[in-house]
Design a protein. Sequence first.
Length: 571
Amino acid sequence: MKALGPYFKTQKLNIFWSVLSIAIVAFATLWQPHLLQQVLEAILKKDSDTVFKNGVILVVLGVIGVIAGVINTIYSAKIALNVATDMRADLYKKIQTFSFGNIEQFSASNLVVRMTNDINQVQQIVMALFQQLTRIPILFIGSFILAIMTLPSLWWIIIVMMVLIVLVSAFSFTRMGRYFGTMQELIERVNTLARENLMGIRVVKSFVQENNQIDQFAKSSDEMRDLSIKIGNLFAILMPAFFLIANLAMALAIFLVGGMVTDHPTYLAAITSFISYLMQILFSIVIGGFMMTFASRAFVSLGRIDEVFNTKPQLTFPDVPETTLGGSIHFDHVSFTYPGETDPTLKDISFDVKAGEMIGIVGATGSGKSTLAQLIPRLFDPDSGEVEVGGVDVKTVNENSLRKAVSFVLQRATIFSGTIAANLRQGKANASLADMQWAAEIAQSAEFINRLDKQFDAEVEERSANFSGGQKQRLAITRGVIGKPAILIMDDSTSALDARSEKLVQQALEKELTGTTTVIIAEKISSIIKADRILVLDDGQLIGQGTHKELVQNNPTYQEIYHTQKALEEV
Ligand SMILES: Nc1ncnc2c1ncn2[C@@H]1O[C@H](COP(=O)(O)OP(=O)(O)OP(=O)(O)O)[C@@H](O)[C@H]1O
């Protein structure tokens, strides 16, 4: 609940109205049985004036109670919605400060669940809290005192009933809390299964995995059904059990009062309000129990949200003025281990790249090519050694300077929903139409963009489903070059392009981005054969560098890759 404190601070006025209105509801509820008792007594005494007066007060009190109830619902909903909205915005802001390492630590889909499902849990408990928070203690204490004051000799019936209800509640609500916890886990499992299945539907269908997926889904779904039945059964027993206890208490009270009515005629009226107070004691204990069950679920969600808030970004940028960085790259004895891993992925790597050079990186799959490239825009920090861009240690520059200088085009192109222009403006915020056309010509995307009705204003659907793999890669390259970066890293980002288009992209890059340092990670040697220098990686080590001609003569690993690819091409 501590985590909620700052969010409640901005809701003081709404909280005031909510608490005031629910307190009015509680007092009206407490007063009604007492008034009813007075009306009944007046009827017995044939005092029509008092009957009329108290009858009117009873009606007015009822109306006030209803109005206050409506006001409470409105303000409680406002508080819950505002708290959830503010918390969601803060969580999103916090996640934006995370480095790659932080995101991997949680996993992207887990963070989505925290921002949606967990925040919803908090919203529900805040709403319930303000609808019941003040009402339950007032009703419980008030009804207890008033019940004893109404029929003092029956105090022990109240105590016995309370003890029995608390015992049944303690047993069933702890059990229910456990069931709800398991239900939450099952919901997450079903969500993950459904998400993975739908996102990978092409793979599922091409490997004819539908039945396997259906079986897995059905298993979790069956578990959910069985658990829901258990929860339903518990409810089915719980409610009648509570009412049985309350009814027995009432029957006993009526039986005992029946014996005393001859000596105390007013007890006839008193028994009605005594029964009402018994029911309100029952109500407050039961609702309190439910609240605790829901609260325990919300506490788990709050804990998960708090965990995100308390996570320090693994990588922060210094607060220094923005500078323009040059295109040289310097790796000085760099070693790197992924968070949570024990073996280093990069081992003691040193090399220099001059501004404007074209560098190729080759190596077997998993040799560390992408990892090396990720250290240039400082997506991760090395364990030891230093990475410099434009002659400056990347740890000493501000984030914008580095992002403007280094543009990274990934193999798996991510194009966001919106328009093509909006995606390109991620590469250059104020890009003009001419800038877009220039970049599209380089990336060979102009030909298909020009064929679209709205061209750069054409819509990109969710998960860019309306573009082919090759088109997505070209759009990503367009976005990568539009800002004329000092360093352009292409991580296998032409893999879905045909050989002709790939060649055209490279020629255009050479012609149009003359001052830009280009780092090309490629599976095919043909993609980097013309590079000024090629770095050869093997199991995280830099085992050679030179031109294609030099490496083909003196680097056995390079020779092997080259000859294998050549042989395959000839076949
Ligand atoms: N986020 C990560 N967490 C832990 N290990 C990782 C992570 N990313 C990559 N690795 C591991 O680091 C090693 C190098 O991966 P990297 O992606 O850099 O290789 P690569 O040479 O680019 O491979 P490919 O050519 O297949 O893309 C691999 O063994 C991989 O399993």
